[in-house]
Each structure stands twice: as C-alpha cells, then as structure tokens.
Ligand binder design. Structure first.
Ligand code: HEC
Length: 191
C-alpha cells in the first residue's frame, strides 16, 4: 500500500524520530554503565590489591580479564581512596613523559613500542613473577629499562615513587575488560 497523504508521512517521521531518540538514550545509559569506573567493564582502582587473571571466556567468545583473590602491590593494601590517588598520579606521570609517543594505551598512541594495555599480564613479567613481586620487577624496568626485544626503551629518569604510580596504573588498566583487545594477546600468552 502506498499513500501520498502528508499526515501519514509526518506521523511516520515523528514516531520514528521519537523511537530512535529513545534507543539512543538507552544505548547511551548502557554504555556509560559499562565504561564508568565500577561499571561492568571497568574495575574500581582498588583492584590493584587483587590478582588479575586473563582467560578465555567461551560465553563472550574472547579473553576476559578478571580480578581474583588478594595480591598486594608493593606489599601494601591500598584503600579505595589511596588507590584512586595512586592510579591518577600514574596517569599524570604517563602523560608528563609522553609514553604514548612510543606506546599505545587501549590502542591509542604510537606503534613503535608494545601496547601497554596488558603489560601487567605480559608473560615476560607474569611467568617470571607470578606473585606479588611483579610490581617491583616492572617498577625496576620502568626506572632502568633493559633490552627485551628489538627496540630499547630509553631511561626516562622516573623516581621510584613515579614508577610505582605508573605500575599501579598498568595493573589497574590490565583489569579493564576491553572486549578482547589487544587481539591475540591471550593466545600468545597461553602458547
Ligand atoms: C622512546 C620510546 C619510548 C617511550 C617514550 C617509552 N617507552 Fe616503554 N618501551 C619502549 C620500547 C622500545 C620497549 C620495548 C623494550 C624491549 O623490547 O626491549 C618498551 C617497553 C616498555 C614496557 C614493557 C612492555 C611489556 O609488554 O611488558 C613497559 C611496561 C614500558 N615500556 C612502559 C613505559 C612507560 C610507563 C613509559 C612512559 C613513562 C614509556 N614506556 C615510555 C619505548 C618507549
């Protein structure tokens, strides 16, 4: 059936605009719930007190990071407030040294050096330091980088306090559910 009645087309335009606006609002609310701190994909900062694992989840068809039991960072239990301040400090240090000029975070940045989204879980650290010593090992690397692969990371002269804040940021970031990004990281890890 086809009609040229303008009233019909006006009603169709108005109702589909209203319907799609409602869909947009629902999707926006859903996205905010997913990506906000404490939302379904992004843990609160005190996740740095816990063990982070990365395993294939058949229900989601991808590798998912999960927070397990307690695994303290630098031998201390941070309150949520302290953890929030530490991770925020780490982010400022990362911005001040422009780590993104070489690295990527959540895929953003340069591709000269490895993506750091899962650096905390990188087998280089995770297999050698499965327990609570990993924080100190990565802190030492960030302060005095040594050669792991082809390119060498320059010494950016971070103080210990700055490097520890960076590592807290890296640990928190590794626990964020990024819907399987970086692709292949979990497979490479379990090889
Ligand atoms: C000039 C480039 C450059 C800058 C700037 C840089 N890095 Fe790196 N980074 C590298 C390279 C290259 C590697 C790989 C080293 C290797 O394979 O030997 C690396 C490796 C790393 C690793 C180990 C990666 C892994 O998968 O475990 C971490 C962690 C890291 N960098 C953190 C940082 C942080 C934090 C900053 C900023 C404070 C930073 N980097 C700034 C070049 C850079």
């Amino acid at each position: 059936m086809y009609t040229r009645d303008p009233a019909f087309w006006r009603a169709a335009a108005v109702s589909s605009t209203l319907f799609m606006s409602a869909v947009l609002v629902i999707l926006t609310v859903n996205t905010l719930q997913t990506i906000s701190i404490g939302g379904s994909n992004v843990p609160t900062y005190d996740v740095i007190n816990r063990q982070i694992t990365y395993a294939y989840d058949p229900a989601q068809h991808e590798y998912v990071a999960r927070a397990g039991g307690e695994e303290l960072l630098f031998g201390r239990r941070y309150t949520e407030k302290e953890a929030t301040a530490l991770v925020a400090r780490g982010k400022l240090v990362i911005q001040s040294r422009a780590c993104m000029d070489c690295h990527t975070f959540f895929g953003n940045g340069a591709y000269y050096a490895p993506d750091l989204t899962r650096a905390w879980l990188d087998p280089i650290w995770a297999s050698e330091y499965p327990g609570p010593k990993r924080g100190a090992a990565i802190t030492a690397f960030v302060m005095h980088p040594f050669r792991i692969g082809f390119h060498v990371m320059p010494n950016l002269h971070l103080s210990k306090e700055e490097a520890q804040a960076v590592v807290a940021y890296l640990k928190w970031m590794s626990a964020v559910n990024t819907n399987g990004f970086p692709d292949g990281f979990g497979r490479a890890q379990s090889r």
